[in-house]
Write a protein that binds this ligand. Structure first.
Ligand code: AMP
Length: 502
């Protein structure tokens, strides 16, 4: 099948040729004709499948007729993160070179004034994150009654981040007669419910099993002590030992660990940037651009910040922490081994990670081999404090690890789908999105000859692990201990001696 068979306009076909694409990807081939036929579409596809073009190309074709009115966008695309929203804008720029369309990006962390000016001029395509969109709406700067087509992208991520109540509000503001395109990488029951609610007689298109990992990725587990310094040490050994490492993404479960690990690697001579939700938009863009261009070959990231980013040709993924949610493992390692290229994915595993690891292996349907022996190969004294577990799958787990493996859902977790966010809450979230960066990742460290990722120590200042703002599942900082937590001082455990009165 060729692009010409899909019903796209000549202008769009020219832009597609100019982009160098010869054939539509499976999601494009399946979805585009239905979008052009004005059908609702339920697309089950991950990033990296070409799903963005699956909606931008037909939208461009459809928008060639008609024109925008002030404050009344004609189409609306909702994205869970600012980076994803910005990537969709890039897609409109790339494929819309032959069109004169007004595209507005409405995201947090940047000034309202410029966004207002764009909305006033009239927008053909409005690309937004939910919180900032509602803020504009509440200020009376926006009317959604002219929306002819609504795209809800990365719906499962919206769910994870607690955005579903916002999405439900927004959907109520757009006309019932609109066309809706709904994309999600996975279809848990809650997402099925939303799809039923938002879509009318949708055409379902599905391109890959959500739990599958590419066969081109060499996956390995790496046994490590559980202390931060032991994990950092093991990670450095791994990076240094990988001769084929061109560039690598390093994932942490918690924002504060992202900042700490980046600082530590930089101090050991690695050329490395950080990407997490507490950084402001400018710092995130600098970090990402440096990594994309190859200037900075290592990027330490949290799941939310890195989700869905289009970073081609990553040779290595390192999981500094085993993700608590197995689908995050699939997303993380999906950053490498793309388009048939070889990829490497290493996961550091400590005692206490057994439950999370079992869930991952169950999801991907295969055991992951160990690099140099499993946890039983670790020295005895490493088990201090958690010594009851000698081997994963055997023995009792410590209270701490057991709590974490129950799903890691801490007290300050992102709102569940049933928890509606009120206006003050959303305002707080918007404020958090606008939190100024305390650092900008260094872009100046030159590469060393012997290792492409090592460099002179970066001059980057450490970022303190601020916990302001929206607490996101993927960037959780663990549970708040109750009382003394897992640690009980020995003197409290001694039996009390009560003297009898005469
Ligand atoms: P996405 O899934 O939308 O994030 O797209 C992943 C990558 O695939 C992006 O770098 C696109 O530029 C690229 N891409 C999209 N469509 C095609 C196509 N038909 N042929 C080759 N690459 C494509």
């Amino acid at each position: 099948m060729s692009f010409a068979d899909l019903g796209l306009s000549d202008k769009v076909l020219q832009a597609v040729t100019a982009a160098g694409y010869t054939e539509p990807t499976p999601i494009q081939a399946q979805a585009i004709p239905h979008v052009l036929a004005r059908r609702d579409v339920l697309g089950i596809a991950q990033t990296g499948t070409g799903k963005t073009a699956a909606f931008t190309l037909p939208m461009l074709t459809m928008l060639e007729t008609g024109r925008a009115r002030a404050r009344m966008p004609r189409t609306l695309i909702l994205e869970p993160t600012r980076e994803l929203a910005a990537q969709v804008v890039e897609n409109f720029e790339r494929y819309g070179t032959n069109h004169k369309l007004n595209v507005a990006l409405i995201i947090g962390g940047v000034s309202f004034a410029d966004q207002d000016a764009k909305l006033t001029r009239g927008t053909d395509v409005l690309i937004a994150t939910p919180g900032r969109l509602l803020d504009h709406f509440e200020r009376g700067k926006l009317l959604l009654t002219g929306v002819e087509l609504l795209v809800i992208d990365e719906a499962d991520r919206m769910l994870d981040m607690g955005f579903i109540p916002d999405i439900e509000r927004i959907v109520k503001m757009v006309p019932f007669t609109r066309q809706t395109l709904f994309f999600s990488a996975t279809m848990p029951p809650e997402i099925e419910r939303l799809a039923d609610m938002f879509l009318h007689n949708p055409q379902r298109v599905e391109v890959a099993r959500p739990a599958s990992t590419a066969a081109t990725i060499v996956q390995r587990l790496v046994a490590t002590g559980s202390e931060g310094h032991e994990k950092r040490d093991r990670l450095r050994q791994l990076i240094r030992g990988e001769a084929e490492l061109n560039n690598g993404l390093i994932f942490c479960n918690r924002k504060r660990d992202v900042a700490q690990l980046q600082k530590s690697l930089a101090s050991h001579g690695f050329n490395v940037a950080a990407l997490h939700g507490d950084m402001d938009q400018r710092a995130r863009t600098i970090a990402l651009d440096g990594f994309r261009s190859g200037e900075v070959p290592l990027l330490v990231a949290s799941d939310v910040a890195a989700r869905g980013l289009d970073i081609p040709a990553v040779s290595h993924v390192f999981n500094f922490d085993v993700p608590h949610h197995p689908e995050d493992y699939v997303h993380r390692i999906g950053r490498t081994g793309r388009a048939g290229r070889a990829g490497h994915a290493f996961t550091l595993v400590g005692r206490g990670d057994d439950r999370s690891l079992q869930a991952i292996e169950a999801l991907i349907g295969q055991p992951i081999p160990w690099l140099d022996g499993d946890l039983s190969a670790l020295p005895e004294d490493d088990a201090e404090g958690e010594g009851r577990t000698r081997h994963r799958g055997r023995g009792a787990r410590s209270g701490e690890s057991a709590r974490r493996s129950r799903g890691g859902r801490g007290t300050g977790e992102a709102r569940s789908t049933s928890g509606r966010r009120n206006a003050p809450e959303r305002a707080r979230a918007a404020e958090a999105e606008a939190t100024p960066a305390r650092e900008a990742p260094s872009r100046e460290a030159p590469s060393r000859e012997d290792n492409p990722v090592a460099s002179a120590p970066s001059r980057q200042r450490p970022e303190r692990g601020s916990e302001r703002g929206r607490h996101r599942r993927d960037e959780e900082d663990g549970e708040t201990p109750v009382g003394l937590g897992a640690h009980v001082p020995a003197f409290l455990l001694r039996p009390a001696i009560v003297k009898k009165r005469k």
